[in-house]
Design a protein around this ligand. Structure first.
Ligand code: GLU
Length: 433
């Protein structure tokens, strides 16, 4: 579905949001026009290179067989092996995988790591599955997409509802079926299995670095900056904790169950500790006597300086973008802002740091993990963090300067830079045969 805008009988503008794939294509079309991109290369980038849909039968704990649908989409391998996460969520579908794969292509180009873009996932509800069922699902799904995986072909990593344990099962499945150790086929693994120190926190750390650097560039102090974080998973919880350590005041957080607000600041470390101790607990279960319970909608539109959407796509839309009070948005999630919302935020002068830059810390350290795996030589955490810091700083600098020079918002600037790099790679390689 293409995105359109509708005006209802009360004159209120609403947005028929469409899916993330249409958002990504519309963005690409705009960039292609600005860059006067070769129409053939534009057409190549509008279509993923390879798409695989698989039926994944799983023996459930009670003995019945359930069939899940899984995907792996490789958007572009022009700059290197395809790279991107695996998502387990009921809403996973082919168009979402296409969109997220294309965003990975741009993301890897923006931070200049030598990868193309891919994404995959299984449509399932892991909250209703046992650990053993998730393990069997992972192994069967991995076996079925294995023909297109490989350390020089396509390297998965964690995404929504997947984690280092899932990556360990994937690495083991590929290794067993190959009859040799191929741990470098996935990143985001546990450290005992060739994972990198610092990888688990990398996306959240990257988000925190970006917030700090944007504040510095705008001449605003970090100390006391009021931040709201939507999503308390691997990205949101780490970003919130590190921002608090830097001196920010985390005044609101949320997850699928709703949110918590305290204008004097929440004790993020205590909340994260509680959720870590209670498997599958949500913020709604947290005994927060000193905090007010709020909805996700209230979190997005609350009185804060910085908003970090770190949950799912299309959270900031035409119907709530005008109410967002934050002057700075740093996208921890992939695709949290619709096109229409983006225009509204730009018109209002809100600084939006786009996903492909803001949350790139994860894939940056995935790259560092892959490099360590291939050379079988592992680095100290300080080395990893210092390299992450340097790459995030350099990338933000590039996008910031480019966007200012071309007088475009950061999202458009980042996409222009990224598409230009991918197009150059395609042109330089030439079209096979
Ligand atoms: N899933 C993460 C992302 O969206 C990480 C991908 C990776 O490390 O390959 O960027």
């Amino acid at each position: 579905m293409e995105q359109t805008v509708q005006v209802d009988d009360k004159g209120v503008t609403t947005e028929l949001t469409g899916d993330l794939w249409s958002t990504v294509l519309t963005q690409l079309d705009e960039v292609a026009e600005r860059l006067q991109l070769d129409p053939g290369i534009h057409a190549m980038l509008r279509q993923p290179e390879r798409e695989l849909t698989v039926a994944v039968p799983v023996m459930m704990d009670d003995g019945h067989i359930e069939v899940f649908t899984g995907y792996r989409v490789q958007h572009s391998s022009a700059r290197g092996p395809c790279k991107g996460g695996i998502r387990y969520h009921p809403e996973v579908n082919l168009n979402e995988a296409r969109a997220l794969a294309a965003l990975m292509t741009w993301k890897c180009a923006v931070v200049d790591v030598p990868f193309g873009g891919a994404k995959g996932g299984v449509s399932c509800n892991p909250r209703q599955m046992s650990e053993a069922e998730i393990c069997r699902l992972t192994r069967r799904y991995t076996a079925m997409i294995m023909p297109i995986l490989g350390p020089r072909r396509d390297i998965p990593a964690p995404d929504v509802n997947t984690n280092p344990q899932v990556m360990a099962w994937m690495a083991d499945t590929v290794s067993m079926l190959e009859g040799s150790s191929v741990i470098e086929v996935v990143t985001g693994k546990p450290v005992v299995l060739g994972g990198s120190l610092g990888r688990n926190e990398a996306t959240g750390r990257g988000v925190a670095i970006v917030v700090r650097e944007v504040l510095r560039r705008l001449g605003r102090p970090v100390e006391g900056t009021r931040v709201a974080v939507q999503g308390f998973g691997n990205v949101g919880s780490v970003a919130a904790r590190l921002l608090q350590e830097m001196g920010c005041r985390i005044v609101a957080i949320s997850d699928v169950s709703g949110g918590l607000r305290n204008s004097r600041g929440l004790d993020v470390a205590a909340i994260a500790h509680y959720l870590g101790m209670h498997r599958r607990a949500l913020l709604a279960d947290y005994p927060a006597d000193d905090a007010e319970r709020i909805s996700n909608e209230e979190l997005l539109t609350g009185d804060v300086d910085v908003l970090v959407p770190a949950a799912l796509e299309h959270q900031i839309r035409a119907d709530n973008a005008a109410a967002v009070q934050a002057r700075i948005i740093v996208e921890g999630a992939n695709g949290p802002t619709t096109r229409q919302a983006d225009d509204i935020l730009n018109e209002r002068g809100v600084v939006v740091v786009p996903d492909i830059l803001a949350n790139a810390g994860g894939v940056v350290v995935s790259y560092l993990e892959w490099v360590q795996d291939l050379q079988r030589f592992f680095w100290e955490e300080e080395t990893v963090n210092a390299r992450l810091e340097a790459i995030m700083q350099r990338s933000l600098h590039e996008v910031w300067e480019f966007s200012q020079a071309h007088q475009v918002p950061l999202r458009l600037g980042a996409h222009m830079l990224a598409v230009r790099k991918v197009a150059e790679a395609i042109q330089t390689r030439g079209i096979f045969p």
